[in-house]
Design a protein around this ligand. Structure first.
Ligand SMILES: Nc1ncnc2c1ncn2[C@@H]1O[C@H](COP(=O)(O)OP(=O)(O)OP(=O)(O)O)[C@@H](O)[C@H]1O
Ligand SMILES: [Mg+2]
Length: 289
């Protein structure tokens, strides 16, 4: 799918929590229709980045420019801007006292001031698309994790945001429910939706990403096409990170020279063997005499 003009520019973004510098001058440009997957070790600042883009964290430096508007301007109207930047979290954050349908209707009616009829038509279209129209009367506690997450995605999409942010939306799900949620996101990518996706699902990342952003310690360390990043990462840090997700090597017998401990282990074994054979000799001798 061909990409549109730049929609989001992040320039030298700095975010601290007290004395802890979490984003250390991060720069990134996203084009319309682009799917960016953001990966990196725990604590490197992925969630903080998405939260800054959604106005959930004040920043200490740099700029975020979205569709020509400076989101780092302190006078920004976040209620209006958040309709243009949808965000879905790991823990759904649905309103527990509202049904699936009412969770979706709320923003359409209260925030966007649409008529009930119009809002219902939009909610029906989206809930049907994710296979949940027949569960519209269920409360969150009556839905599975995968169903709750699909409602949360639909609630954000119903407002027609220009960009969607997903923060580890499958991390709380049982494995059999991960797929149903990832399938929804893959279909959104096919529609040409602009998305920033933080995930630890590497196979999904490979399949859905136009670009992979690898972060470490508050900075972007690699920014590459998925086939390049996953096959041949440029940095040692990314290689080490990707190795965590590869299990094929774990049970391979190690070459003695591969491990610095192997030589020591061999020495200990040889000295033990020698000791055992001496002990055996010692214990046999009295019998002989
Ligand atoms: N509200 C907060 N107050 C203080 N420190 C915070 C706060 N939120 C995050 N941090 C710290 O900022 C750093 C980055 O956190 P962040 O949640 O962005 O990491 P992450 O990359 O999303 O990690 P994970 O993969 O575990 O979700 C961490 O050291 C974290 O402890
Ligand atoms: Mg996180």
């Amino acid at each position: 799918m061909s990409l549109g003009p730049d929609i989001l520019k992040i320039k030298d973004l700095k975010k601290n929590f007290g004395s802890l510098a979490v984003l250390k001058g991060l720069t990134l440009t996203v084009r319309q229709g682009e799917v960016l997957v953001i990966i990196g070790p725990s604590g490197c600042g992925k969630s903080t980045l998405l939260r800054c883009l959604n106005g959930l964290e004040p920043v200490q430096g740099g700029q975020i420019i979205f569709g020509g508007q400076y989101l780092t301007d302190p006078h920004i109207n976040w209620s209006r801007t958040r309709q243009r930047i949808g965000m879905v979290f790991q823990n759904y954050e649905l309103f527990p006292h509202l049904t699936a349908l009412d969770n979706v209707l709320l923003g359409l009616i209260r925030v966007q001031k649409r008529s009930k009829t119009e809002a219902l038509a939009i909610a029906e279209r989206w809930l049907t698309r994710v296979g949940l129209w027949d569960r519209r009367g269920s409360f969150p506690r009556q839905l599975s994790g995968g169903q709750k997450q699909r409602v949360a995605i639909v609630r954000a999409l119903a407002l027609e945001p220009e960009i969607m942010l997903f923060d580890e939306v499958t991390a709380s799900l049982d494995p059999e429910m991960v797929r149903e949620v990832l399938d929804v996101i893959v279909n959104l990518a096919k529609d040409g939706r602009t998305m920033l996706i933080v995930t630890h699902e590497m196979a999904f990342a490979k399949a859905v990403a136009d670009r992979v952003i690898f972060m470490d310690e508050g900075l972007i360390v690699e920014d590459a096409k998925p086939e390049v990043f996953f096959e041949n990462p440029a940095t040692e840090r990314a290689r080490r990170f990707l190795n965590i997700f590869q299990f094929s090597d774990i049970h391979k017998p190690q070459e003695p020279s591969a491990s610095p401990l192997a030589k020591e282990a061999q020495d200990v074994k040889e000295s033990n063997d020698a000791k055992e054979s001496n002990d055996a000799k010692d214990s046999k001798e009295p019998e002989l005499s």
